[in-house]
Design a protein around this ligand. Structure first.
Ligand SMILES: NC(=O)c1ccc[n+]([C@@H]2O[C@H](COP(=O)([O-])OP(=O)(O)OC[C@H]3O[C@@H](n4cnc5c(N)ncnc54)[C@H](O)[C@@H]3O)[C@@H](O)[C@H]2O)c1
Length: 408
């Protein structure tokens, strides 16, 4: 195979993001054959915009087609694990958006998920979903590419190079993804999102932190350094009474049963630690930042905002339709005008790696293990926040879940 033939699934935010970054690869590494989405009109709109020859209104229509090698899943999180399993059974490679999966309370009414189900049950079922995905992939021998762009973001790649040459020990990491709230309806409730700010936004920095400790361990001893335990707090800041009374809301406040703020401490087996924060209540454009304190160096990663271009305008209309940065409330005043936001966030690099992997048969830099470990860390954090104490992960063995074992 020298050209990867892809079926896109989903036609909104993430699908646009992927398609605008496949643009540089189309025709020589990848081809987009069809877009499938629940809303046919949206699929048609996306197909027109990105010059895709066909549309379908059901993901399953892609599975028995011989002219599709891989599906790219840009659908709400509750569909990820089922779609991955179905694609694997049909022998299609999978590119899957973050997070891999979670707990969704399939058999429960919507209002009885996020607020009514204990986090231990959620933790167990989220891990069982991971296991089911892993089993289907193993059986089918397809490849799984986990669309975690932080792993490919040039600032993070540079950080890894600096880590490698410094030979320092990572002592402490502080990482964050925050903004003023998601546009997507699925994100408002646990039943479709599987969690709030921590799962949807925090999945990025959590994956980056896990990846870096794994990388450090491989460099030094040939095996990754594992997460040992987590402690966390979650909050719903949009429920604060004085906020509720404010007439103008600058941040999204339509959250139903999901948290809009979270902070977790990740304790690694070598004694190092990371603090990860995620919030849907942060104005001023998306924040994707990370500081790594090594024993002999400090590296500050500013994916967003970064000051490659700092631009000022006395009124918002002056910069017209020109893009400045994601989730920015106003173009007035001083702003960080990212010249190529997708590039600095790692999207084209991620998709190129996936294309190369699926064509050549090698494993992607961001794959199944990272996807599963991220779910495990975050659901342990939910359990910790509920119990008000640290959750040890050691009992869960080297894999994701050890049958019969239970998190404390
Ligand atoms: N990596 C990133 O930076 C990033 C950014 C945004 C979203 N995401 C992830 O992408 C996923 C989608 O998020 P989004 O913001 O695009 O959501 P969205 O609501 O904007 O779009 C979801 C799309 O899925 C389609 N869909 C829903 N049910 C379907 C079904 N049964 N069959 C086929 N299509 C179906 C909808 O029609 C829609 O086109 C989420 O898991 C999210 O976490 C990742």
């Amino acid at each position: 195979m020298d050209l990867l033939r892809i079926g896109m699934v989903g036609s909104q935010f993430a699908a646009h993001l992927h398609l605008q970054n496949y643009a540089r690869l189309r025709g020589w590494k990848v081809e987009i054959q069809v877009v499938a989405s629940r809303t046919r009109a949206r699929a048609e709109e996306l197909a027109r915009k990105h010059n895709i020859p066909e549309v379908a209104d059901d993901f399953r229509r892609l599975l028995d087609r011989k002219d599709i090698d891989a599906v790219d899943l840009c659908v709400p999180t509750d569909l990820h694990h089922e779609f991955v399993i179905e694609a694997a059974k049909a022998g299609k490679h999978v590119i899957c958006e973050k997070p891999l999966t979670g707990y969704f309370g399939k058999d429960r009414p919507e209002e009885l998920v996020g607020l009514a189900v204990d986090r231990k049950t959620m933790f167990r079922e989220a891990l069982a979903n991971c296991e089911a995905v892993a089993a289907a992939i193993k059986e089918s021998k397809i490849k799984f590419c986990y669309a975690e762009n932080w792993i490919y973001a040039p600032p993070v790649v540079k950080l890894k190079k600096l880590m490698q040459v410094s030979k320092g020990t990572i002592l402490d990491m502080r990482a964050e993804e925050s903004h003023s709230g998601s546009h997507a309806a699925y994100s408002r409730k646990w039943k479709t999102a599987g969690g709030g700010a921590l799962l949807r936004l925090g999945a990025h920095p959590v994956s980056a932190v896990l990846h870096l400790k794994h990388y450090e361990g491989i460099l030094k001893a040939g095996c990754g350094i594992k997460l040992k335990s987590v402690t966390a707090e979650v909050g719903q800041h949009t429920r604060i009474e004085s906020f509720k009374k404010e007439p103008q809301k600058w941040i999204v406040s339509a959250w139903e049963d999901v948290e809009d703020w979270a902070t977790m401490i990740m304790n690694f087996e070598d004694g190092s630690q990371a603090v990860v924060s995620a919030s849907d209540g942060v104005l001023g454009g998306v924040r994707n930042t990370m500081t790594v304190y090594l024993s002999n160096a400090v590296v500050q990663v500013n994916i967003n905002p970064n000051d490659t271009v700092v631009a000022y305008a006395p009124a918002p209309h002056i910069f017209g339709e020109e893009y400045i940065a994601e989730k920015l409330e106003t173009k007035a005043g001083w702003n960080f005008a990212s010249p190529d936001e997708d590039w600095v966030r790692g999207y084209p690099q991620e998709l190129e790696d996936f294309g190369d992997c699926l064509i050549t048969g090698r494993e992607p830099d961001s794959g199944l293990d990272l996807a599963m470990q991220t779910v495990k860390a975050i659901y342990a954090a939910y359990l910790s926040a509920e119990k008000g104490r640290r959750v040890e992960l050691e009992n869960w063995g080297g894999g994701i879940i050890k049958r019969g074992s239970s998190p404390n």
